[in-house]
Design a protein around this ligand. Structure first.
Ligand SMILES: NC(=O)c1ccc[n+]([C@@H]2O[C@H](COP(=O)([O-])OP(=O)(O)OC[C@H]3O[C@@H](n4cnc5c(N)ncnc54)[C@H](O)[C@@H]3O)[C@@H](O)[C@H]2O)c1
Length: 442
C-alpha cells in the first residue's frame, strides 16, 4: 500500500498535510523550458508551493529533501502521481545541492534554516523561492540578501500578498491618495485559544532526524508540539506570531510607504493566558508570547502591531489585516474579506473590493508569485517580492522581537542595520549556532 493511502486509512496524518487530491499534470515536455526544481522542506507549505509551480508546467521536480522520512515519502509519491516522474529524495540538503545542481530551490523549512539553506543553494548556482521570514535573526537575513546580490541569483520571498489582486488594487487606492494623508497604521492578528498544558517529551518518531531538524538551533528534547508545523511558537526555531503572520502585514506597510525602516521600535508581550513557558527533560510548552504589541515610529507616521491568541475576534470582527488611518477615512486591508474604505465624511460612500485568490481554500496567490519568479529569472529582473523587500519586512518583525527581549525601546539605524547605543540589543542581531553549523558571514 502506498504511504499516503496507508497514512490516510490509519488517520495518523497531520492536519493540513499533503493528502488533497492533486490534478494530474502531464510530465511530458511540451517543448517548453522546464526548470530543474528541488524542494527543501516538503511539509505543508512547501508542497503547496510545488503544486502551484507544477500547475504552470515549467518545472521538473528533480528532487525533494526533508529530515522527516514520512514527509519525504508522502510528498515524493504525490509528485510521482502528479507528474509521472519520480523525484530523487534526500535527507541532507548539501547532498541534494551537490548531486542535483538544481536551477531552482524552494526553501520551505522552519525559519531557523532559512538562511543557511538559501545561501548554500545560491552558492551552488540555484535561484531560490524562499519562504518568509528571510532569517531567524537580522544578520542571517542580511547574509541572504548579500549572497543573492553577490551570486546574482534571483530570490523570490513567499510574500504572495505582494501580488494578490486585492492587495495590488488596495495599494493603488492608498498611493493615489484616496484615503488622504495616512498618519497611523494598525496591524493585527486575533484568534481564539486559552491556557496551555505542558506535554510530555518523547523520542523523535522513527525516520525523523531530530539533530538535523534542530541544525544550528539548540538541540532541545523532541515534542509533538514542535513538528510538524508547531515550530512557529518555539523561539529556538522561529519568532512567534510576529515573525510568522506579522511579516505579511508589516510588508503591506512597507509597500505603501516610501520609507524603508522605522527609527524607533518598542514591543511588549507575555504569556499571561498560556502561562509560563516550560522546558524540562520530561515536558515542554511553547514559549512564544500569546499576546504582543509592537510600536513602530517612522518619520511620517507610526504603526502598531498587535496579536492575541485568545478571546477570539467576535467583538472587533476583524481577525487579520491592517487599518490605514487617513485624513479622508479608514482603509482596511484584509485577507478573505478583501479591502474596504470607510470615508470619514458623513454620507460618504463605502468602497469595497472582494479578494481574488489562485487558491480559494488556502486563500493565497502563490501561482502568480511563481509566474513572476520565472519571469524575473528569464529576464534577469527583480521579482515582485525580491529578497530586499523580504529582508526589510522580516527586519521589522525581528526588531519587534528584539525590543521585547531586551525590554526597552530601541533606536534603529536602518542604513547601518545597528541599534543605536545599545550593545546588548546589537548582540541579538545574531545568535550562537550549535556546532558544527557556522553563522553565515554578512
Ligand atoms: N507565505 C505564506 O503564506 C506561508 C504560509 C505557511 C507557511 N509558510 C512558511 O513555510 C515554512 C514551512 O512551514 P510549514 O507550515 O510548511 O511547516 P512544516 O513543519 O509543515 O514543514 C517544514 C518541513 O521542513 C522540514 N525540515 C526541517 N529541517 C529541515 C532540513 N534541515 N532540511 C530539510 N527539511 C527540513 C520538516 O521536517 C518539515 O517537514 C515556514 O517558514 C513558514 O513561515 C509561509
Amino acid at each position: 500500500m502506498k504511504r499516503r493511502t496507508f497514512i490516510r486509512s490509519t488517520g495518523t496524518a497531520a492536519a493540513g498535510s499533503v493528502l488533497t487530491q492533486a490534478p494530474f499534470i502531464l510530465a511530458a515536455d511540451k517543448g517548453l523550458k522546464r526548470y530543474r526544481t528541488a524542494l527543501i522542506g516538503s511539509g505543508w507549505w512547501g508542497m503547496n508551493i510545488l503544486r502551484e509551480a507544477l500547475a504552470l508546467e515549467k518545472s521538473q521536480v528533480v528532487a525533494l529533501c526533508d529530515v522527516d522520512a514520512d514527509a519525504l515519502e508522502i510528498s515524493a509519491e504525490e509528485i510521482e502521481d502528479m507528474t509521472g516522474e519520480k523525484p530523487r529524495i534526500y535527507k541532507d540538503f548539501r547532498e541534494l545541492l551537490e548531486n542535483e545542481k538544481p536551477e531552482i530551490v524552494i526553501n520551505a523549512t522552519p525559519d531557523h534554516w532559512h538562511a543557511l539553506i538559501s545561501i548554500a543553494a545560491m552558492e551552488s548556482g540555484a535561484h531560490v523561492f524562499l519562504e518568509k521570514p528571510t532569517g531567524h535573526t537580522i544578520q542571517e537575513s542580511r547574509a541572504v540578501l548579500n549572497t543573492a546580490r553577490k551570486t546574482e541569483r534571483i530570490v523570490q520571498v513567499g510574500l504572495h500578498r505582494r501580488i494578490g489582486p486585492h492587495h495590488v488594487s488596495g495599494m493603488k487606492f492608498l498611493k493615489d491618495g484616496s484615503a488622504g494623508t495616512i498618519g497611523s497604521v494598525r496591524m493585527f492578528v486575533q484568534s481564539s485559544g486559552g491556557t496551555e498544558q505542558a506535554s510530555p517529551n518523547s523520542a523523535p518518531p522513527e525516520g525523523l532526524d531530530w539533530d538535523m531538524y534542530c541544525g544550528p538551533a539548540p538541540l532541545r528534547p523532541f515534542n509533538r508540539k514542535i513538528h510538524p508545523g508547531g515550530f512557529r511558537n518555539f523561539l529556538d526555531f522561529a519568532n512567534g506570531t510576529l515573525g510568522d503572520w506579522g511579516v505579511h502585514w508589516l510588508d503591506q506597510v512597507l509597500w505603501w510607504t516610501e520609507e524603508k525602516y522605522p527609527k524607533r521600535v518598542y514591543s511588549t508581550g507575555n504569556r499571561h493566558v498560556r502561562g509560563e513557558a516550560i522546558l524540562s527533560e520530561n515536558e515542554q510548552t511553547t514559549d512564544a508570547p500569546d499576546s504582543q504589541i509592537a510600536v513602530y515610529e517612522f518619520e511620517s507616521f507610526h504603526a502598531t502591531w498587535e496579536h492575541r491568541k485568545y478571546a477570539g475576534k467576535g467583538a472587533e470582527n476583524t481577525g487579520v489585516g491592517c487599518y490605514f488611518y487617513g485624513s479622508k477615512g479608514t482603509f482596511h486591508m484584509g485577507w478573505r474579506d478583501g479591502w474596504t474604505f470607510y470615508p470619514s465624511k458623513k454620507g460618504g460612500k463605502v468602497v469595497r473590493q472582494a479578494p481574488q485568490f489562485d487558491h480559494e481554500k488556502d486563500g493565497h496567490n502563490v501561482k502568480m508569485l511563481w509566474a513572476d519568479f520565472l519571469a524575473a529569472i528569464e529576464n534577469n529582473t527583480r521579482p515582485v517580492a525580491d529578497v530586499e523587500i523580504g529582508h526589510l519586512s522580516t527586519n521589522l518583525s525581528l526588531l519587534g522581537m528584539l525590543s521585547l527581549k531586551v525590554g526597552r525601546s530601541i533606536a534603529w539605524d536602518g542604513e547601518k542595520e545597528q541599534v543605536i547605543g545599545d550593545p546588548e540589543a546589537n548582540a541579538l542581531l545574531k545568535r550562537d549556532y550549535r556546532q558544527p553549523w557556522e553563522y553565515p558571514k554578512v
